[in-house]
Structures are given as C-alpha cells and as structure tokens.
Design a protein. Structure first.
Length: 318
C-alpha cells in the first residue's frame, strides 16, 4: 500500500475542511516544527549486508513545515516500509562531497503538478565536490535526516560517513529528550573572592547530547521553559565564609540567578563539608547555554574552597 502525504492538496467542498486548514492544524499541533516522529523514526545507516553506494532508511513519519509560500502549514509523510534503500550518486574521483538525505514534499495545490507519496518522498540532495565540501542548499518543504560524506573515489557508504541530522517534530518527543544530568566527584580548589564555574566531568544521562563536558554547560535546543537544579558540596577551613550557587546563561550572570547562599561562622574543622542546593525555572531561547558557578567569599581570611561533589540537572518543562 502506498502512503501519501496527509492533507496535501485539495480545495474546499461539501462543507469539509480544505487541505490548507488541515495543514495549519498539523502546524499548530507540532508548533511549526520540522522533524521526525516518533524520535527513533527514519534513521539512516549504511546498507545492510555488504555496504555499497546506498543507504538504508527505517520506517517512520516526517513532519515537514511548508516553506514555498507564507502560512503554508505542515505536512505529515509516512514511510511504511521497514527499510527503504536509497541510492547515493557516484563519487567524485578527486574530492569528497556532502549529500543530504531527507523527506521532500511536493504539493500540486501550492505549486507544480506532482503530489508526494511514499514512492518519491525520500530524496538525496547532492552537494558539490570540493577539498572541504559544504552542505548543499536544501529545497523548500524539506526535512533533513542525515548528511552523507561521499568520500573521493568511494565505492561504498559506511556508517562513519553518515551524520544524523534528525530533529524531533512532536512536542512530547522534544520535551522528553531535552534533559541531562552531570556530576563532579573529586577535589578541586575554587578561588577565593570569585565565582568559579563548576567543572562537571561525568554525565549520568543526556539522551540528546545537550551537555558539553568540555565547557561544563548545557545547551538549550529550543525556546521554552527549563528547570535547573544544582548541588555543590565543599570543604571550608576554620574561618568565616560566604558561599553562593549561581546559574549563568551564555557564560554571564544574567539576572544574577542565585540558587542558594549561606554563611558559615568560625569553628569549622578543616574541610568540614558544607553544601548549597536549589532549583529555578528559566525562560530560555534556542542556543542558550546554562552553567553553574560557585562563589566563595572568604574575605578577609582569604581561604579557598575545596569542591568535593556537585550535581547539575536540567530538563525542559514546556
């Protein structure tokens, strides 16, 4: 059975909803996203068995925002075959190129005379061979699935040549996968009289790869509301100390967001454990980074903090 793109073409008749209204309903439900649903849909890999100049694409549904005209709405295109084998063009003999595998919608109700169905929805947009190739310009109504680096003179495509470009088209998949938890366990000296970024070095979970252990920061993949929780355990020397735990957005103390603060008096034994913890809801934009900073103010004693453990968890809530 051939599955066609839902709500593609058609004109109002018999008091039924026309295609445009239905496309706008899909756009409303998916908040104007282009992506796959469910989140494991339409994965691209090397051809099963003996690799050749083709890739395999698993079954699933693409949600594609129309981009030919203003307020075009969104399309659903289902690929029902368990695996679809998609050919890749012949490699250039001297230079590599980047090809993009994706789902493209054609709608005769908007332009042209052809409507997309399952037989022609999967497309490969070829790039231009070059010493350092760039991605090709993508057509309208296109949902990218993967980048294929076609090596110079290649006779096969391997998994190492494929980069996953899928995004999540359904809101519940977007939210469910935008979460991460990172920890620090060890000992590191945090400078006195300053705010120090907490050097998280281990991920407990991070299904979408949003936490960067090199920069110790979480990257928001979409605009929305995020919950951030933080914990820091550290040792003080025998002196009066002030400690505070801050959230930094894009590496800056935007709004001076303080999760917790406390003051410890004299009488603590060397490296007695103290702790700060708290949580906050933040409105963030796509691409914003979140990190935790520990402030240590031992003035006038000048004592540094020995950070012993820290936890940072982030999840998108809407």
């Amino acid at each position: 059975m051939t599955d066609s793109a839902l709500f593609v073409a058609g004109a109002p008749s018999d008091n039924r909803y026309d295609a445009s209204a239905l496309r706008h309903f899909v756009a409303y439900l998916t908040r104007g996203r282009t992506g796959v649903w469910p989140s494991n849909s339409l994965a691209v890999s090397q051809h099963a068995g003996t690799p050749n100049m083709s890739v395999d694409v698993t079954r699933g549904t693409a949600i594609v925002i129309g981009s030919e005209v203003t307020d075009q709405g969104s399309y659903l295109q289902h690929i029902s075959a368990a695996v679809t084998n998609q050919p890749i063009g012949v490699a250039n003999g001297s230079n590599p190129r980047n090809d993009i595998v994706g789902v493209q919608i054609q709608d005769s109700g908007v332009s042209g005379s052809t409507n997309t169905d399952e037989s022609n929805a999967l497309q490969v947009i070829p790039g231009t061979p070059a010493g350092s190739p760039t991605d090709p310009t993508l057509p309208d109504n296109f949902c990218p699935l993967a980048r294929v680096r076609v090596r110079a003179a290649a006779t096969s495509v391997l998994n190492s040549d494929i980069t996953d470009l899928r995004t999540f088209g359904a809101l519940e998949d977007v939210i469910a996968n935008q979460r991460a938890r990172a920890t620090f366990n060890g000992t590191v000296t945090m400078s006195n009289g300053a705010r120090n970024i907490i050097p998280f070095d281990t991920e407990t979970f991070d299904p979408h790869g949003d936490f960067n252990l090199s920069t110790h920061a979480y990257t928001c993949q979409a605009t929305g509301v995020y919950e951030i929780r933080g914990l820091a355990v550290f040792g003080y020397n025998n002196a009066r100390q002030l400690g505070a735990l801050f959230v930094y957005i894009n590496g800056a103390p935007t709004g001076d967001i303080r999760l917790d603060n406390n003051t410890w008096g004299t009488g603590l034994a060397t490296n007695d454990a103290c702790g700060l913890s708290g949580s906050e809801l933040l409105e963030c934009n796509s691409g914003d980074t979140l990190s935790l900073y520990l402030e240590n103010d031992g003035t006038p004693n000048g004592n540094a903090v020995q950070l012993q453990r820290a936890v940072m968890s982030v999840r998108r809530v809407s």
